[in-house]
Design a protein around this ligand. Structure first.
Ligand SMILES: [Zn+2]
Length: 244
């Protein structure tokens, strides 16, 4: 089972216990970005020796890291909150309490907000409706050559690249997969920007390349990862805490 957002460990436990009781089945609870990372790790046959990370772009931004074949979960299942990595100490305030969180600049929500504040673009694309549908309209326009739409996505990719470089440098990652609904249409724009940014800024660039790949199933990555989680729990139970 994949929970849509992270929360205190006690809440995760409660969700798992309640579902397990209702379904009369064992239940696993995992963050969407972390599950996506595990799914990509398995489907790509990533070496256990490789430090592997996944960036999950959605209405927020998350990340998952797999080291030695196991998800890194942190002290309370809250590891990978890439969206709340600040890229500006006096930047936009975030509900999390910090300022300049990259999620406030590069998430699907942020890009839609930026596009809606651009009168000509908003009028041309008619960006009403949900964030998801407005973002898909914006992303399609960006890849179809609308210069204003491309500018919004390219800027978001630039902000995201700064944050991902920090993640790469902190963990010395060797391979990154971009996934989530935010890269389903315009993923090539994000991947190109991230590759060029890392080639100039990754601290370990003289020692190894940081591979940047796009998910083959970005909209379904979390669900596929949830299935991988169940498989891993059955063959490597030590890597999957919290089985209920
Ligand atoms: Zn934040």
């Amino acid at each position: 089972m994949v929970a849509p957002t992270a929360g205190p460990y006690t809440e995760w436990g409660t969700i798992g216990d309640q579902l397990s009781e209702l379904l009369k089945l064992p239940v696993l609870v995992e963050n969407d970005a972390a599950a996506a990372a595990l799914g990509e790790f398995w489907s790509r046959r990533v070496s256990r020796e490789q430090s592997f990370g996944c960036v999950y772009l959605s209405t927020g931004i998350g990340a998952g890291m797999v080291f030695g074949g196991a998800l890194f979960r942190g002290a309370s299942f809250d590891a990978g909150e890439l969206g709340h990595l600040s890229i500006a100490y006096d930047g936009r305030p975030c509900p999390c309490g910090n300022q300049g969180c990259v999620e406030r600049y590069a998430s699907m929500t942020a890009s839609v907000d930026t596009a809606r504040a651009h009168p000509a673009l908003a009028a041309r694309l008619r960006l009403d409706g949900s964030v998801s549908s407005a973002y898909d309209t914006l992303a399609r326009a960006a890849v179809s050559g609308d210069p204003d739409a491309f500018g919004v996505i390219e800027d978001a990719a630039g902000y995201l690249s700064v944050a991902v470089t920090s993640m790469v440098n902190l963990l010395d990652l060797g391979r990154i997969v971009l996934t989530g609904p935010g890269v389903a249409v315009a993923g090539s724009i994000y991947a190109r920007r991230l590759r060029s940014h890392l080639a100039r800024t990754a601290h370990a660039r003289s020692r190894h390349e940081v591979q940047v790949e796009l998910s083959a199933q970005p909209r379904n990555a979390a669900g596929i990862g949830a299935a991988a989680l169940v498989v891993q729990a059955s063959i490597a139970p030590g890597h999957t805490p919290g089985m209920r």
